[in-house]
Each structure stands twice: as C-alpha cells, then as structure tokens.
Write a protein of this length. Structure first.
Length: 208
C-alpha cells in the first residue's frame, strides 16, 4: 500500500449525542492499537505516509504506540465548524479532532508546505457517528499519494476514504468489522461508476 488513512475507535466508549447510532465496536479499549500498527507497517511500501485519527482523550497512547513503529512526524488538527455538546456546563466545547501523521521512510509531501491546522465542515453524521468529510480525506490523499496509488483504510466505517479515493482516481482497500457499516460503505462506494469494485464476504472492499 502507498498510504493509510483511517479513523479507528478512540478507546473512549463514544456515544452519539443524539443516540441515533449504535455504540462503536471495541471502543472501550486500545489493546488492538499496537498489533494493528505493526500489521499496517508491514503492508505499507517504503516511503509511505500514514494518517490515524484520534482525540485528546488518549492522544498520549496513540502517539507512544505509533511512534514505536513508525516515524512520528506531527499532530494535525482538524478544526470543525461545530462544538461538541458533552459536559455542557463544566467544560470548554471541543471543536477539533487530531490526526497522527506518520512516515515509513522519507516520502515528501506534495505541493506547498501547509500548516498543521485546517478547517473542513463536519458532516451531519447521518451514516456513521464519527463520519468524516470527504474533502478532508481528499486533501490528505492529494498531499501523500499520486494518481493510481493504493490507499488502505482498515476501519472503513461509512466508506468516506473509499469515496475520496474514487473521486481522486486512487486505488482503495477498505476493511470493516461491523456488518451494518460495511453494507452502508459498500452501497455508498458502489454508486454508478466505471471503476471495477470487488466485495468480499470477510469485510473487505477494494477497487482500482
């Protein structure tokens, strides 16, 4: 693979504020994090980039574990257009999420040097409780891959990374444990297209 872009469980037992979504599988621990990182490192080509979304709740754990395996480069900040509603009266309203930016090797970023804080409008989370904006993922893809490169998302969710890859003419492999979200992401990515898509029964979807 040429790049990993993924939004895994944050280990915080996240609950949707509006209670429209079920709890996220395996979001009550981070025992999976190190085995996951080692596996992905082996899958990535030399000189590849990685982007792993996380939150302030366990940023130290993400950074420590991922730094043992990858070359840790930076914490990117996605500033959202809304403020979280939890702990309404006793805390400051969270308006951002973090992305751990990792390297395997020395691949340069494409284009001009950009700041590590960027703004993208948050989706309404109609498909998944932690749905990410397509244009944010397209931006990361544009900075770290070339047309025809292979991007993997081992926590596919609602398929946003796959949609972005299709828009950007990148090849894509997505994996999702939850059957309901796998169906949502498959249907979303399988919109009319001339791209050949393969769907497997073990929770893996790929095209390109």
């Amino acid at each position: 693979m040429d790049c990993i872009i993924t939004d895994p469980p944050y280990g915080m037992s996240y609950k949707s504020t509006l209670e429209r979504h079920r709890p996220i599988i395996n979001d009550d621990n981070l025992a999976w994090l190190e085995p996951f990182a080692k596996k992905v490192y082996k899958l990535l080509k030399d000189n590849a980039h990685g982007y792993v979304f996380c939150s302030h709740h366990h940023i130290e754990s993400f950074k420590i574990v991922l730094s043992k395996i990858f070359d840790y480069k930076n914490i990117l900040i996605w500033e959202k257009n809304n403020i979280g509603l939890n702990d309404f009266f006793a805390n400051y309203g969270p308006k951002y999420e973090m992305i751990v930016y990792l390297n395997k090797g020395k691949r340069a970023l494409k284009g001009n040097r950009e700041p590590n804080i960027f703004k993208f409008i948050k989706p309404r989370n109609e498909l998944h409780p932690t749905q990410k904006p397509v244009d944010l993922i397209e931006y990361l893809i544009s900075k770290s891959t070339d047309e025809g490169d292979v991007v993997i998302d081992p926590f596919m969710g609602s398929g946003t990374t796959g949609v972005a890859c299709k828009n950007m003419k990148r090849k894509f492999i997505g994996i999702e444990l939850d059957d309901e979200y796998f169906e949502i992401s498959s249907n979303r990515i399988l919109q009319p297209t001339d791209v050949k898509v393969k769907v497997k029964n073990n929770g893996q979807l790929s095209f390109g």
